[in-house]
Design a protein around this ligand. Sequence first.
Ligand SMILES: [Zn+2]
Ligand SMILES: [Zn+2]
Length: 254
Amino acid sequence: MKYTLDTIPVLDAYKTECECPLCKLRIHCEDQYIDSMLSSAYMEPDYRLKTNETGFCTRHFELMYNRRNRLGLALMTHTHMQEVIKSLEGILGGESGAKRGFLSSLRGGGKTAADSQPQKIRARMDGCFICDQMKNSIERYAYTIAQLYFTHTEFRGMFDNSKGFCLPHLALVLEMAEKTLNASQAEQFAKVVSRVELENLRRVEGELEWFTLKFDYRNDSKPWGNSRDAVERSINKLMGACVGAEAEMPAHND
Ligand SMILES: [Zn+2]
Ligand SMILES: [Zn+2]
């Protein structure tokens, strides 16, 4: 796959205070995808074919549900549901249905796990149109980070003093660097990433420890330092932004 740079959003994310700039970018583009799905994309036949087939994950259904355009969501859900019913007619109905499952279990098998109704139902519900699109955008940002490190002096300085990444995005950035930089650059980049990451993991771990120690009455009068939101930041560092201020979606009135 050929990636292209997307410099400005990456520089902007590095200028803000956060534990993972890729999480910041992820939330921003997630918000834009939700917007576009509910404002116009759902009326475009190409998009609609894809959303009918793929549907959405629970997170993205929930985020769309939290917006005001209930008719747009209803229309997309309706035609997706029609597609799902067609698939379920195949999975549950006729020869491939429960009867054959029962007969073949009497015969003692011949059926692989992937053929089973539960597996087929799970496979049908797999996937999310918004997750698929976001994956491409985030890979592009991770690619941009790896490239800018060797081409943009100001960015290199920002990166060296950054707070690293959450662990899922750490893995992604290292993977994109390995795929798209030459061997010596990839090695150099991996060393810098590792230094920045370990320093910052230890910092957050220390802040979390101080949070727990603040529950000891002997520490009552001592200052909190940076530890007030250490639980949120620790969870976000480990898993990607999912709790607290860093995980908040922008406010909307639509
Ligand atoms: Zn992240
Ligand atoms: Zn999703």
